[in-house]
Ligand binder design. Structure first.
Ligand code: NDP
Length: 499
């Protein structure tokens, strides 16, 4: 006798099924059960399903059922069946989709919540629809705690399919301060996973820039307690108040008995892992010609962090020179603590604006190319980031309003003109100061570059490079007439210049 035996009275009863009982799946199951739905579970390792059902039967009774194989899992679900997949993203998810499609019938619905590439979700939808089944790709944000208490969801695909799973997903989702569920249909095809991909790329950038702010403060001689205090003050100012600042404050001051400094961070490995969404986001943005240097710098930062063996070898040979503070920085060092923190505040502020601007520009560019119908939903999508989501923070409010007011705003940065005016001197001073002191700050610097370059009327270096290309390759160049680029291209007569 097993808790996974399918009793007659369980057949066709479950409102929804969940495949995958690791961190996300198990927590989401408890969340859905708490909302009163009947739920069936399946996990590849049967012992995990048995334990999950046994542990939670006392609380949820027969509302919770489980299966030892896909065929039994299908029997437990009400028709048309609805199942959510929370297993390792990629080919493993494809295998689970295949197994479900073998036992599911016409009109049954499969929802994948993994961190998938949006193009894969479109392919999966097409493949399943050809078999008469229905599919939604639905990103989820909020980690384990979000899954348990209410995450933000990003569904994409066919509206009529969403209508059939909406009730459950909305109930399980986080609720924003105005009570609205943190979920909205993002668009068609792989739109939900596209939004989740860029959400993650934005998350990479902002986590990294908070890491750089932390490192800058350490470089200026502040210890974990002082950093915690200063960042808590920044939070109290309101605009930067966010989940990612909260976790940075926690990390900065977190103590550990093993650590000589007393702080956990000093005995923590520096190699930052990643699972692909940040890289895919940057690759696709580049392919569609959308510059996103802060997002790219965050991906590259993780890659450099993973090169810890090479870094150590390099450090032994050239590290003394590459990270040595310049004379100028050493002379300036002592005096600037208050000014340093004020400038750094603005650097963080504006780098966050620049990173979000790139994230939304990339979504708009990818949407244009792949016709995912996301753009019209952008204000609603941003409003779903307001709770249960890693990106959650005060700045989302003015961003939502900016897109509501003008969906065709040239760039989100344009909605922050006042703050840019106030903060730019501090942003520049911070980047200058950190360069001189020998700190590495890929995202802060990339963000400054983006903000400056993307608001330049003329890029002088661009003019020079256009001519260079004409010198060696006769590629031609446009001219500027009446403030506009000419339609036609020109070639100049250049002296012979063989390489
Ligand atoms: P994992 O991504 O670690 O996946 C573990 C689950 O996959 C287990 O149920 C495991 O079963 C199952 N699995 C592994 N190999 C196979 C296989 N060959 N066939 C069938 N099932 C298999 O779990 P998470 O809970 O971390 O994430 C679940 C999904 O949610 C992922 O797609 C992830 O992208 C997404 N996600 C995760 C977030 C997070 O913070 N962790 C946040 C947002 C989304 P078994 O017990 O048998 O090993």
């Amino acid at each position: 006798m097993s808790v996974l035996d399918v009793k007659d009275e369980y057949v066709g009863q479950a409102d929804v099924g969940v495949v995958g009982l690791a961190t996300m799946g198990a927590n989401l199951c408890l969340n859905i059960l708490d909302k009163g739905f009947k739920l069936a579970v399946y996990n590849r390792t049967t012992a995990t399903s048995e334990k999950f059902v046994s542990d939670n039967r006392a609380k949820y009774g027969d509302k919770l059922t489980g299966a030892a194989n896909f065929a039994d899992f299908a029997k437990l679900l009400k028709k048309p069946r609805r199942a959510m997949i929370l297993v390792v993203a990629g080919p493993i998810t494809d295998g689970v989709i295949q197994s479900l499609s073998d036992v599911f019938e016409k009109d049954d619905i499969i929802v994948d919540t993994g961190n998938a590439h949006f193009k894969d979700q479109t392919d999966r939808a097409n493949m399943l629809e050809a078999k008469g089944l229905r599919f939604l790709g639905m990103g989820v944000s909020g980690g384990a705690e979000g899954a348990r208490k209410g995450p933000a969801f990003f569904p994409g695909g066919t509206l009529s399919i969403w209508d059939e799973v909406k009730e459950i997903v909305e109930a399980a989702s986080a609720k924003a301060i105005d009570g609205r569920p943190c979920v909205t249909m993002c668009g068609s095809g792989g739109a939900g996973s596209c939004v989740k991909m860029y959400h993650n790329a934005g998350e990479y950038a902002i986590l990294q820039l908070w890491g750089e702010v932390y490192a800058a403060m350490r470089g200026a001689g502040m210890d974990g307690d002082q950093i915690q205090k200063e960042l808590t003050r920044w939070k109290s100012l309101g605009d930067l108040d966010s989940y990612m600042l909260d976790i940075t404050i926690e990390v900065a001051g977190h103590k550990n008995a093993e650590s000589p400094s007393g702080f956990l961070v000093d005995v923590t490995g520096d190699a930052i892992g990643s699972k692909g969404t940040g890289l895919w986001s940057v690759q696709v943005a580049m392919e569609v010609g959308c510059p996103c240097p802060s997002l790219a710098a965050a991906v590259v930062s993780r890659q450099m962090s993973m090169e810890h063996i090479q870094r150590r070898l390099n450090h032994a040979i050239i590290g003394g020179e590459t990270s040595k503070a310049s004379e100028h920085a050493r002379k300036a060092e002592a005096a600037f603590h208050e000014e340093f923190c004020r400038d750094l505040y603005w650097a963080a502020y504006l780098a966050i604006v620049a990173s979000y601007a790139q994230m939304f520009e990339a979504i708009r560019a990818v949407d244009r190319e792949y016709k995912l119908n996301i753009v019209g939903n952008l204000p609603r999508i941003i409003s779903t980031f307001r709770a249960g989501c890693i990106l959650q923070g005060s700045m989302l409010q003015p961003m939502t309003e900016a897109f509501e007011k003008n969906p065709n705003i040239p760039n989100l940065m344009c909605a922050f003109g006042k703050q840019i005016g106030e903060g730019m001197p501090g942003f520049r001073a911070t980047c200058g100061r950190l360069v001189l002191s020998g700190e590495s700050m890929p995202v802060l610097q990339a963000s400054l570059c983006y903000m400056v370059t993307m608001s330049q009327n003329i890029i002088l270096a661009g003019q020079a490079v256009s001519l260079q290309r004409d010198v060696f390759g006769r590629h031609g160049f446009k001219k500027i007439r009446d403030g506009q680029l000419t339609e036609e291209s020109y070639n100049e007569e250049w002296p012979e210049m063989a390489p």
